[in-house]
Design a protein around this ligand. Structure first.
Ligand code: ZN
Length: 329
């Protein structure tokens, strides 16, 4: 099983264009001067590489040959921001090579390009497929990548469970309470509320408005906050390769979840990898379990009584078809 990689040029268009000889050769002389000017200024700002000659006498080739430094021009097709980026190798950390750390995410909005997203999904998917088929060799990926991918999948599965659970309970209860027994609109309610339950805030609104149940009262505050964070992280894992973007930071800020997030590390910026830890997943799973119990208690009557009523009614009307025969062995 292999993936066809897209043309490297296409991939590099998003979001960082490395300024190398090849790129410079495509520029008119006037723009090359701008590039020289920018790089020379950046170099002059770095103490260890202070320039000794005047900018005018420097050629682009001189600037691009430094092995421990790289320059990029960033244009983000998502937020339209542009910028220069210089990457320098930290001489105190010999272990991290510059070649393994290409910039990918926009530093302004945090989006990674479509090719990067797709390649990453393919890589993760192949790894999961490899694990499933029992072939232990996972090319070009260490244990960290395997663990990270599995944790992300666990997070997404947990979040999807909550989403579908809240959506289905909502739709079924709405149907049991308000639709005549001979009709069924559960499917329609599910269809109409698609995507609403990815967001805990929206779910709370719908439960309160349509079912008269305040989730903030039935589910512990601490659990609700965790579910909120879980859903926010799920969105970032699904839509932006697990890379922090503006939407995520806005959501976290608006919901006052920053303190929860800070427990897992330093302040997050667009482009950083969203933290996903084993301990955190245990907490999400616990919160999901508590949510399941709380909801089942809150709607116990609906499920027990209303469903019993429907059964009785259908029996009375003789509206029951023979499904078939199950043989117990
Ligand atoms: Zn951007």
């Amino acid at each position: 099983m292999s993936t066809q990689h897209v043309n490297a040029d296409m991939e590099n268009m998003f979001t960082y264009q490395r300024i190398d000889k090849d790129f410079v050769s495509k520029l008119p002389p006037k723009l090359i001067n701008r590039v020289v000017d920018h790089i020379a200024t950046t170099e002059a700002d770095l103490d260890s590489n202070r320039l000794t000659q005047p900018k005018e006498s420097i050629s682009i080739d001189d600037l691009l040959v430094k092995p421990n430094r790289r320059f990029y021009f960033m244009f983000c097709p998502y937020c339209n921001e542009v910028g220069w980026l210089s990457m320098a190798q930290d001489s105190s950390k010999v272990s991290k090579s510059l070649s393994s750390s290409e910039p990918v995410a926009c530093v302004f909005c945090g989006e990674t390009g479509p090719f990067e997203k797709m390649n990453n999904c393919q890589k993760k998917s192949i790894m999961l497929y490899t694990l499933a088929t029992g072939k232990p060799q996972v090319p070009e990926t260490g244990e960290t990548f395997v663990k990270r991918t599995l944790l992300e999948q666990s997070l997404v599965t947990t979040a999807t469970g909550i989403e579908v659970f809240l959506r289905d309970v909502y739709s079924i209860v709405l149907n049991l309470r308000h639709v005549k027994p001979e009709k069924n609109l559960t499917g329609r309610f599910i269809e109409e509320s698609r995507n609403d339950f990815i967001n805990i805030g929206k779910a709370k609104e719908k439960y309160k408005k349509d079912l008269g149940v305040d989730l903030a009262r039935v589910i512990r505050k601490d659990d609700l906050r965790k579910l909120d964070l879980l859903m926010a992280k799920r969105n970032v894992v699904v839509h932006n390769n697990g890379t922090v973007d503006r939407a995520f930071l806005r959501q976290i800020e608006a919901k006052g979840l920053s303190t929860l997030l800070q427990q897992t590390g330093k302040k997050l910026r667009p482009g950083a990898r969203v933290p996903v830890s084993r301990i955190e997943l245990e907490e999400y799973l616990k919160a999901s379990e508590n949510c399941l119990l709380a909801i089942s208690r809150a709607f116990e009557l609906d499920f027990r009584e209303a469903i019993l009523q429907r059964i009785k009614l259908n029996l009375k009307r003789g509206r029951h078809t023979r499904i078939g025969k199950i043989t117990l062995r």
